[in-house]
Design a protein around this ligand. Structure first.
Ligand SMILES: Nc1nc2c(ncn2[C@@H]2O[C@H](COP(=O)(O)OP(=O)(O)OP(=O)(O)O)[C@@H](O)[C@H]2O)c(=O)[nH]1
Ligand SMILES: [Mg+2]
Length: 234
């Protein structure tokens, strides 16, 4: 399902839709019902969040995306080791004016978070701590998996963020780091692997009922330190 940009006055409609999806989300060992995971993609405007999610969900590069307003929903179904998994990807707006009214909804009952920066924009990389803080302020449990993605690696001549600096930062938070390009067709499988990594991690831990999630307890997902990053030695 892809729900494209909605004008601000339509946000309630979008939320209503998502709420119904959330209510249907549960882990059911006894039926063929898919396990549904909500993944939010956040980061500065223009880093390529929409293009990455379109690449994963649609397989193609979106040539001229417009700035996301509020949130766009996309999803992709997978079968992992005989288990049906549905990833609901929340492609969020990077621009403050387009996200203000939606922020609470982004983080509600989230199962995993992807922080995206643009390797050709040092500023977008330097913003990541603010996105991490926002996540914490919205009570995303430390056990909810986070990963970092440096996008636009095809623009080699314009790179401003080195792999080593990014790796050092990611290590300090114990986040896996991926560098990729939503644009380069040769990176298509790599983009898939980012989301598949999350899907495997989410599936591999004993899931609990959504009810528990919505009550504030989180799944024990992977060993992850978030609140207190270790000092980077770079
Ligand atoms: N060269 C290159 N350009 C990219 C890549 N990914 C996205 N872009 C371009 O970067 C611009 C922004 O992409 P979006 O996906 O709209 O960025 P966004 O993070 O969703 O931006 P907001 O919706 O405003 O938060 C567009 O012009 C894309 O064509 C990439 O991997 N390589
Ligand atoms: Mg976007």
């Amino acid at each position: 399902m892809a729900i494209e940009n909605k004008p601000e006055e339509d946000f309630s409609t979008v939320i209503g839709l998502d709420d119904s999806l959330e209510l249907s989300s549960h882990y059911d060992y006894d039926s063929a019902q898919p396990w549904i995971f909500k993944i939010i993609v956040i980061g500065d405007s223009n880093v390529g969040k929409t293009c990455l999610t379109c690449r994963f969900c649609g397989g193609t590069f979106l040539e001229n995306p417009e700035a996301t307003i509020g949130v766009d929903f996309r999803e992709r179904s997978l079968e992992l080791d005989g288990v049906n998994i549905k990833l609901q990807i929340w492609d969020t707006a990077g621009q403050e004016r387009f996200r203000r009214s939606m922020v609470e909804h982004y983080y509600r009952s989230v199962h995993a978070v992807i922080f995206v920066y643009d390797v050709t924009s040092l500023a977008s990389f330097e913003s990541i701590p603010e996105w991490i803080d926002e996540c914490s302020r919205h009570s995303v449990g430390w056990m909810v998996p986070r990963i970092m993605v440096g996008n636009k690696c095809d623009l080699k001549e314009r790179r401003e963020v080195s792999t080593s600096a990014a790796q050092c930062f990611a290590d300090s938070y114990n986040y896996p780091l991926f560098e990729t390009s939503a644009k380069d067709p040769a990176e298509k499988e790599h983009v898939d692997s980012i989301f598949l990594t999350l899907a495997y991690r989410l599936k591999s831990h004993k899931p609990m009922r959504l009810k528990q999630l919505s009550e504030g307890s989180s799944m024990q997902l992977w060993n992850q330190r978030e609140q207190e990053p270790t000092m980077c030695q770079c």
